[in-house]
Design a protein around this ligand. Structure first.
Ligand SMILES: [Zn+2]
Length: 224
């Protein structure tokens, strides 16, 4: 054989790019929704948009050759309505995680029950796709960190820890989206930035972290 297949990697697929913008005194927003196809076969869906997006989400998954029954784990980075709306579609999933709260049907499990801030929850058998706490936007917020991705780097799917790329330079963007602990959020933003190469933010497209962005985030975190 002339060529060997490259080592399989975990696939991060942004199904829907989120947005948020002011409309008069209101805000129009929907989340970025991301599929992670782990190389061990586990399919994870991160953030399920609003309750009105069921048909859209079904069709986005079908574009990937998947049905709602093929999702094994649903992770909502936090409990706001634009991140949990279609959880009901995924009734075959072995776990729904909403922020740090894990459940299956009416059974609530004690993952993240240890109160250890640095507790990690691996979602795949290789330990390459993990959930970790990233409080700030809400105190229960989590992020999914995907190592060994097809992008040849580590991807942080962070929900509203980052609203969108532009909020690295303009803090008013993530603060304006609401933060239950701004100081904590700055620290968590920097921590995630140090371990990731790419960020999938809560309401914008995936972006690459540059060295400059990492130092800016570190400076912001230390300055508080
Ligand atoms: Zn949001």
């Amino acid at each position: 054989m002339a060529f060997e297949d490259p080592a399989p990697r975990n696939q991060v697929v942004v199904l829907h790019t989120g947005y948020s913008r002011e409309e008069g005194t209101a805000m129009r927003a929907n989340c970025t929704c991301t599929l992670v196809r782990c190389r061990d076969g586990t399919n994870i869906l991160v953030d399920t948009m609003t309750a009105w997006d069921g048909e859209l989400l079904r069709s986005l998954l079908s574009d990937q050759g998947l049905g709602v029954g093929d999702i094994h784990v649903v992770v909502c980075t936090h409990g706001h309505s634009d991140h949990i709306g279609c959880n009901y579609l995924f009734q075959e999933a072995r776990m729904h995680l909403v922020g740090a709260c894990a459940s299956h049907r009416d059974l609530y499990m004690d993952h993240f029950g240890s109160e250890q801030e640095d507790e990690l929850l691996a979602l795949d058998s290789n330990g390459e796709v993990v959930v970790q706490r990233t409080p700030g936007h809400t105190l229960s917020c989590v992020s999914v960190v995907v190592k060994n991705s097809q992008l040849a780097g580590t991807v942080g799917i962070t929900g509203d820890l980052f609203e969108r790329r532009e909020d690295v330079d303009d803090e008013s963007i993530w603060k304006g989206a609401g933060s239950e602990d701004e100081k904590r959020q700055r620290v968590e933003r920097s921590k995630i930035a140090q371990i990731c190469d790419f960020i999938v933010p809560g309401h914008g497209p995936l972006f690459l972290l540059t060295t400059e962005m990492r130092s800016k985030l570190k400076k912001d975190a230390l300055g508080t």
